[in-house]
Design a protein around this ligand. Structure first.
Ligand code: PLP
Length: 439
């Protein structure tokens, strides 16, 4: 019996022992094509020699120095690297160990900013339904995923949730894209006004929705409209790029493709590509300077913030992506993957929608394509698909979102940027086989 408190207490898991490019190999020697990067993490695959060398080098030189005593070269260099490439207006980077911590830091920075500038009444947060921003209590309260929140509801912060830009289900029949976008932007504005324009602290959204919806991109003009509304009422815009950032959609930051900047941007996952746990919150000049010229101290911190080995690793990961010019490859492989998925699944009776950007793509599973009715959650379609795919040697990320009745199950694909063209065929073949076995 395992003494590990596994998340699913009734499951037995294969034992992963080795990585080889886009594959994970288990104790029996079985190879799994990592078509989801775990959970959109492993953007460089599992055996990148340059990153492994950087980890070894940093550990042997200085593994860790507590940030209340020292700064370190890897942390300074990684911050410079990110700020030089970040959307306009970003000034500094707060390093943490993962995505939930990055979101918590963003929420507390937003709050402290308003306290520092003399607007302590701004404490309301607005996010979107069917969103996921992490599992720590603040991040969980921010997210609008009913299934994840349900049993913790009584102790969560009070956050308002507005509609996501999820055209497949939320756009009304006969409504144009422009009218749909305008309706969503108005919904945010109405919610700000309902709460009191000077009471709202921030609006939080993922540029491309990952875990809860399965690679849902916003329609053109949505994020510009959101940015304008936030600016009109002095509300901060927090973009959560934990899953969609760091090149996953074909640009280093997903916000670049929306043509906007933010006040705070959270990143993690692909930042360290799984070679070390690391996340970060990018902070705008306005927020940084308010705190620097105010109390001069951010009232927040964890033991492992700015971990030297994690920062050196992330720097090596990002250098690899840049030096090997992998972002154009993400765009090109993404187009090939989308074309293959459309070819194989466009007429599939249980695939309602195929969507995404770059190497971040999703298929929504429905029981009936014309009504878009989802499968009953008790059928556990997503869990059965995952099991079938694993049996076929494929890792994909099926999720169910049906608890609030507003979305179906979906499969999220987020393969490594180093994938070969032939591996795209392997991915699609194995996924199609899993679907045939389950449906
Ligand atoms: N934000 C988003 C958009 C995510 O997708 C996730 C994780 O999937 C998180 C935050 C939380 O990140 P972590 O699991 O590293 O805490």
């Amino acid at each position: 019996m395992s003494h590990v408190f596994h998340r699913h207490l009734q499951h037995t898991y294969p034992v992963a022992v080795r990585g080889d490019g886009a594959y994970i190999i288990d104790q029996q020697g079985k190879r799994y094509l990592d078509a989801s990067g775990g959970a959109a993490v492993s953007c460089l695959g599992h055996s990148d020699a340059a990153v492994i060398a950087a980890v070894q080098q940093q550990v042997s030189q200085l593994a860790y120095a507590h940030t209340s005593f020292f700064t370190t070269e890897p942390m300074e260099q990684l911050a410079d690297f990110l700020i030089e490439r970040a959307p306009a207006g970003m000034e500094s980077v707060y390093f943490v160990s993962g995505g939930s911590e990055a979101v918590e830091a963003a929420l507390k920075l937003a709050r402290q900013y308003f306290v520092e500038i003399g607007q302590p009444q701004r404490r309301h947060l607005i996010a979107r339904r069917q969103s996921y921003h992490g599992n720590t209590l603040g991040a969980l309260a921010t997210g609008g995923n009913a299934w994840r929140r349900q049993q913790f509801e009584p102790i969560l912060m009070n956050v308002s949730h507005v509609s996501p830009c999820y055209a497949y289900r939320e756009q009304q029949p006969g409504e144009s894209e422009g009218d749909f976008v305008a309706r969503l932007v108005r919904e945010l504005e109405d919610e700000i006004l309902r709460l009191g324009a000077d009471q709202v602290m921030a609006f939080v959204a993922e540029p491309v929705v990952g875990a809860t919806l399965g690679a849902v991109t916003a329609l053109p003009g949505y994020f510009q409209g959101i940015r304008e509304v936030c600016d009109r009422y002095g509300v901060l815009l927090i973009l959560d790029e934990v899953m969609c950032g760091m090149g996953r959609t074909g640009s280093l930051f997903a916000a670049e493709q929306e043509g906007i900047s933010a006040d705070l941007i959270t990143i993690a996952k692909g930042l360290g590509a799984g070679y070390q746990p690391i996340g970060a919150t990018l902070v705008s000049k306005q927020i940084y300077q308010a705190i620097a010229s105010g109390s001069g101290f951010f009232q927040h911190g964890h033991t492992y913030i700015g971990h030297a080995t994690a920062c050196a690793t992330a720097l090596a990961v990002q250098h690899q992506i840049e030096q090997r010019n992998l972002l154009p490859q993400v765009r090109q492989l993404g187009n090939s993957l989308m074309a293959r998925l459309r070819q194989r699944f466009a007429e599939h009776p249980f695939i309602g929608d195929i969507r995404g950007r770059g190497l971040f793509q999703g298929l929504e599973i429905v029981q009936d394509r014309s009504s878009k009715a989802a499968f009953d959650p008790s059928l556990k379609v997503n869990a059965r698909l995952k099991k079938a795919a694993m049996a076929n040697g494929l890792m994909c990320y099926p999720m169910g979102g049906t608890v609030d009745g507003r979305t179906g199950d979906h499969i999220l694909l987020a393969p490594p940027f180093i994938l070969q063209d032939s591996q795209l065929d392997e991915l699609v073949d194995k996924l199609a086989l899993a679907c045939d076995q389950v449906f």
